[in-house]
Design a protein around this ligand. Structure first.
Ligand code: AHR
Length: 863
């Protein structure tokens, strides 16, 4: 017996010594924590942890889960956390530094109190070394500060010091012997990794595991989709709902709740809403407009020369304006050749419609005649005219063309009728009829589709386009006003070219034309955090010395929009044809930026000046690209500290997220900054709009109406997408040159936009099913508009069964006139469903059936 006990004891000792302990054995107060990344994805999945009781047997925490990820630079190629180095600081926080890539002379730093919630990241620049590899951070008890030591690709070692991990001394070269890396190689069940090992309280590990489990649990909820409905709702029969409106609890809500987000993404502007039909009219396309520098994307893109009788070249010697340096020189030896523009995938020409042609021309060898023709792909002449070029100086010539035939693929041909040299630039063709017949206007069918939403505001020019890809690409409003030839075209960060023909003047005018408030969004002095250049975007903010000028530009914008026509910038607006002010009341500063020190410093400067100089303008701040996480937390903390009037939230999520987060704003502080939900959309696999996405948006919009006291504005994003040129899906409205194709989500936006209210009437809803999944898929919102007598009920049923409702209007008396009912319904995957409107009177018993997967809108007239 003794022998047996001894044997067992020996075995246990052997197992323990050899790391064969079991995970659930009682654990001591403290354990070992190992931090690491996987080399496979260059650390893109972030910092992982494993723990051990004996440093031999290790357990991963959350398998492949990264507790903090690098947010530096481009998605895809960057956002790498290479060789992270973790240190528990004397300030009670964990500090992590890491290398970003093999090129940049920067490292990253972030810190956390619990390894779960991480603070803002910074990417300090270093003056020494070819790059920054294997940075290590250590605390020096003697100096009371930290030093960061790193290597470069030549094997040299450097050091910089800091006391606050914000401001760093200049880097100096140090002997290699001073570089100490305490990293260890640990063998985990799935491989061998290098990282740091520290002793921590076991509670710490439990917290990390709980955080991971919470993420898993939420992911499961948020990934719910309608494909699971047959199982989820097996056996479910018609659900009964008693809905009692409570007019006595009415409260006022925002009268600006639904607007639109316009960004030049997916060819939304040039080739899209901007009615110009000529592509590369200014010969300013350049390879650098495209990521990877496409050599075919140049001044001659979309242009061709037909016939041997002429030669052509691009020149920059005497341009019309320095902002548009390139123009074409046609040398005609004998007539017969033509310069051809193929438009944006061809030009759509309507029979009998007028087109306005204009171009700048100059001849250097005597008077010229230029024939202008619209010709179909099959060679059919659709319209033509002849222009006389009499001047040796640039001169704008224009003509009207009327099409004799219909064509979807026409091209513009310019045929010199005389020999000699002809210089051409700003070759433009506009439909005679633009939206509201504005010159330099918008495509009428697209603009009307947008106007039909009845948006209460228009956000422009983005999105990421607003803050740009690197400092040079920040959208500068002054470059987009004035004569077209003097505007400054630029690279669009979505990989094409912006002519700026649709610029700030046109945006303001469109807002006015559709009765919407303008909401320009200006970069907060930092470019997009996903920029490829300039320190990963955020760290390369506008130099502080240049911030005064930058802020002056914003003040000038207010003057341009609202100033008297005698002011400097007000005069420019008047010269453009709009002496009356545009009544600008809102300005967004920043677009889902990383909330870094660099951002904050610049944002504070801008906000301070705006508050002092323009207290009448509501400044909208920004709180990152997600509904939670570091930027959201840090952005909100800054907004509360500064008492910002409003912040811009963004989130693109699954139907499950919207279903399970209808109470997102119910929990918000009613006394803090208000919310502008500036970008949101539901996506499903394949990223198409369908009934499922549209209904989850409708469900969420009822929650926004309920929270309309603090959610003051919202806009679905993105708005427009040209077929064949789409960088982002889903979008609200797809189009090609000939057709506009609104999505099911558009129908929901339109129904909410056209039936908005400024008073919310709470409801009490009792359902026959207590199943949480059922309860979360039925939503109701009731509003009234103080200007009218309409009562509007919006009822969403995301269940696969009907909901039989009994509506009790709580004593509100109706006129008895027929109201209307609009129903949008279909199978979840249906992407063609359209709303059907019928006359409607509420039956005496208040019964109304909501079909499976439907959105029902009821409008009744009250006494
Ligand atoms: O809406 C498309 C893009 O999504 C916007 O440009 C950007 O702000 C967001 O990431």
């Amino acid at each position: 017996m003794k022998k047996k006990c001894l044997l067992v004891a020996c075995l246990v000792l052997f197992l323990l010594n050899n790391g064969m302990a079991f995970r659930n054995d009682p654990v001591p107060d403290s354990v070992w924590l190992f931090s690491y990344v996987t080399e496979k994805d260059k650390g893109r999945s972030g910092l992982r942890f494993a723990w051990s009781r004996n440093q031999q047997q290790w357990w991963s925490i959350g398998q492949d889960y990264g507790f903090v990820r690098s947010d530096y630079g481009r998605w895809g190629s960057q956002k790498r956390m290479e060789t992270p180095y973790l240190l528990p600081g004397p300030d009670g926080r964990w500090h992590c530094v890491w290398s970003l890539n093999a090129e940049d002379r920067q490292f990253a730093h972030a810190s956390s109190a619990d390894l779960i919630q991480w603070g803002r990241q910074s990417y300090p620049f270093l003056e020494k070394g070819s790059n920054c590899q294997n940075p290590v951070v250590a605390y020096d008890t003697i100096s009371g500060g930290y030093h960061i030591r790193y290597k470069d690709s030549y094997g040299r070692t450097y050091q910089c010091t800091t006391t606050d991990l914000k401001n760093y001394s200049a880097a100096t070269e140090i002997p290699a012997s001073q570089y100490t890396d305490l990293s260890r190689t640990i063998i985990l069940p799935n491989g061998q990794y290098r990282g740091q090992v520290y002793k921590v309280a076991y509670r710490q590990v439990q917290q990390l595991e709980a955080a991971y489990e919470r993420v898993q649990y939420r992911n499961a909820l948020f990934n719910e989709h309608s494909g699971q409905d047959p199982q989820r709702f097996a056996g479910l029969q018609t659900v009964n709902a008693r809905i009692a409106v409570q007019p006595e609890q009415s409260r006022s809500i925002s009268n600006l709740l639904l607007g639109i987000f316009f960004e030049d993404i997916n060819y939304a502007a040039d080739g899209g809403l901007y009615a110009e039909l000529i592509q590369n009219r200014d010969f300013e396309y350049t390879p650098s407009d495209k990521e990877g520098h496409d050599p075919n994307w140049n001044s001659l893109h979309s242009w061709s020369l037909r016939g041997q009788q002429s030669t052509w070249r691009v020149d920059t010697v005497r341009p019309i304006h320095p902002n548009n340096p390139h123009y074409i020189v046609l040398e005609t030896r004998a007539t017969g050749a033509s310069l051809v523009n193929s438009g944006f995938d061809g030009i759509v020409v309507r029979k009998g419609a007028r087109y306005t042609l204009s171009l700048y021309a100059r001849q250097t060898t005597g008077k010229s005649k230029l024939q202008v023709q619209l010709v179909s792909k099959t060679g059919k002449l659709l319209a033509q005219t002849v222009l006389s070029v009499n001047s040796g100086q640039w001169k704008k010539l224009s003509a009207e063309l009327t099409a004799s035939e219909e064509a979807t693929d026409a091209e513009l041909q310019l045929l010199p009728l005389t020999t000699g040299n002809l210089h051409l630039d700003m070759v433009s063709l506009f439909p005679g009829q633009t939206f509201r017949n504005r010159p330099n206007g918008l495509r009428a069918d697209l603009a009307q589709t947008i106007a039909d939403i009845r948006p209460k505001f228009v956000r422009f020019p983005g999105g990421c386009v607003a803050h740009g890809d690197g400092l040079e690409n920040i959208y500068r409003w002054k470059n987009t006003i004035g004569p077209l030839e003097a505007r400054k075209p630029q690279r669009n960060l979505w990989g094409y070219h912006q002519t700026a023909g649709l610029g700030y003047f046109e945006y303001f005018r469109f807002c006015e034309d559709i009765g919407a408030a303008p909401l320009p969004v200006i970069a907060a002095g930092v470019p997009c955090q996903n920029s490829a250049v300039g320190g990963g975007g955020q760290q390369g903010g506008i130099p502080l010395a240049a911030m005064d000028d930058y802020i002056q530009d914003i003040l000038d914008l207010v003057e341009y929009a609202n100033g008297d026509a005698r002011t400097t910038w007000g005069r420019k607006r008047a010269e453009a044809g709009h002496p009356a002010p545009f009544n600008l009341q809102y300005i967004g500063i920043g677009n889902e930026d990383l909330i870094t020190d660099v951002f904050e410093e610049r944002f504070r400067l801008i906000y301070q000046v705006m508050k002092e100089r323009h207290p009448e303008i509501t400044v909208v701040g920004t709180v990152g690209p997600f509904y939670e996480g570091t930027d959201y937390e840090e952005g909100w903390a800054l907004a509360r500290e500064l008492q910002l009037p409003m912040v811009d939230e963004h989130y693109y999520q699954t139907p499950g997220w919207f279903i399970h987060n209808q109470d997102f704003y119910d929990k918000y502080d009613r006394n803090g900054p208000k919310v502008y939900l500036g970008e949101y959309a539901t996506f499903v696999q394949g990223r198409r709009c369908n009934i499922e996405t549209a209904l989850s948006e409708a469900l969420y919009l009822t929650a926004l109406e309920r929270n309309g006291d603090i959610v003051r504005m919202s806009s679905y994003a993105p708005l427009l997408a040209k077929e064949g040129h789409t960088q982002w899906n889903p979008d609200l409205i797809y189009f090609n040159n000939a057709e506009v194709k609104p999505t099911v989500s558009y129908e929901v936006q339109k129904l909410f936009g056209q039936h908005a209210g400024d008073t919310y009437l709470p409801v009490r809803m009792e359902l026959s099913s207590q199943q949480d999944a059922v309860q979360k898929r039925i939503a109701v919102s009731v509003v009234r508009d103080s200007a009218g007598k309409d009562l509007i009920l919006k009822l969403v049923n995301m269940l696969p069964v009907a909901v039989s409702t009994t509506l009790d209007l709580g004593g509100i008396t109706l006129t008895g006139e027929a109201g209307k009912k609009i129903v949008l319904q279909g199978q979840p995957s249906d992407n063609n469903a359209r709303p059907v409107t019928t006359a409607f009177s509420l039956p005496a018993d208040g019964q109304e059936i909501l079909p499976p997967y439907s959105f029902t809108l009821i409008q009744l007239t009250t006494k």
